[in-house]
Design a protein around this ligand. Structure first.
Ligand code: C2E
Ligand code: MG
Ligand code: MG
Ligand code: MG
Length: 281
């Protein structure tokens, strides 16, 4: 009898626990809690000028180390944040972290260095977007950095007011990169229609160099087009010297990839910049 009573009690307690959890469950809560608990941090991946091999900027990439589950990949938590309507507060938090780091990094990066930020489609159309950007710019060492907003092709399809938003950003010295080009519905019309400054060629494209002969002519054509439109081109995910040489020969202006550096936290980035500077001069 005591066993039965105990079991019953345990079951009650367990269901109570779930009930408690269910009542307290609020979508997006994990993200806002993680922001409050300072679980997010930013890593920076160098952008290399292809012609000189010099570091001419960085891309800010968000990281989340959950106290229980450990590191969560950005592809997972970004789309989760988007689905929970938490991408806007998360990006606002990213802005704050980047502005803080930028005051330190400006001592090590050349003047005019680019600071790339990934902007989610939902943020671009959010009512508070312009205010968020204005506040971020005010917090940044603006005269040192050239800010670049990275927007995926996916964004463009749904974005009606893109041209107006891009004009507004350009008026504030923010340039625009089309990110992951070649993964979505690569609409070549967009390249002419909107004033992009950078075309970031997706890793998938780059990694086929030397492996699949089929994609090389396509990549060739895209690079020719970019040159005609006077777009700067960034090859993403450059991992081998062979890829870099192929890309340089075809006029790619910038590299990003593990061949040069993985995304690094600020202190490691500073070490990398100092070592590389010493090696180049
Ligand atoms: P992305 O903007 O295209 O960023 C480049 C991704 O490629 C990064 O992955 C980077 O670590 C990875 N990568 C760079 N070089 C190499 C290489 O040589 N080899 C390989 N295999 N990978 C390389 P990460 O940091 O995991 O980010 C994945 C995606 O998540 C990003 O793709 C971006 O779309 C999104 N993301 C990351 N941070 C943010 C953020 O703060 N806001 C938003 N909206 N999206 C973000
Ligand atoms: Mg990006
Ligand atoms: Mg990309
Ligand atoms: Mg990507």
């Amino acid at each position: 009898l005591t066993l039965l009573a105990g079991l019953l009690l345990a079951m009650l307690a367990a269901s109570g626990c779930w009930l408690f959890f269910l009542l307290r469950y609020r979508p997006g809560k994990e993200i806002s809690q993680a922001i409050k608990r300072n679980e997010f941090y930013v890593v920076y991946q160098p952008l290399i000028e292809a012609r000189t091999g010099r570091v001419c900027g960085v891309e800010a990439l968000l990281r989340w180390t959950h106290p229980v589950t450990g590191p969560i990949p950005p592809d997972a938590f970004i789309s989760y944040a988007e689905s929970q309507n938490m991408i806007v507060p998360l990006t606002r938090h990213l802005f704050a972290l980047v502005a803080r780091d930028a005051w330190l990094l400006r001592r090590y990066l050349p003047p005019g260095a680019t600071m790339g930020i990934n902007i989610a489609p939902a943020h671009l159309t959010d009512n508070g977007f312009r205010q968020d950007v204005t506040e971020w710019l005010a917090a940044m060492p603006q005269d040192h950095f050239a800010c670049v907003f990275e927007i995926t092709e996916r964004t463009m399809v749904s974005e009606q007011n893109a041209a107006e938003i891009f004009d507004w950003l350009h008026a504030r010295q923010i340039t625009i990169a089309i990110d992951d080009f070649g993964t979505g519905h690569s609409n070549l019309i967009y390249l002419e229609k909107f004033c992009f400054d950078y075309l970031k060629i997706d890793r998938g494209f780059v990694q086929s160099i030397g492996r699949e002969t089929i994609t090389s002519p396509v990549l060739d054509a895209v690079l020719n087009l970019a040159r005609k439109l006077q777009l700067k081109t960034v090859a993403e995910g450059v991992e081998t010297g062979e890829q870099a040489a192929w890309l340089l020969k075809r006029g790619v202006t910038h590299f990003q990839g593990y061949l040069f550096s993985r995304p690094l936290p600020p202190n490691e980035l500073i070490c990398y910049l100092q070592t590389r500077q010493a090696a180049l001069s």
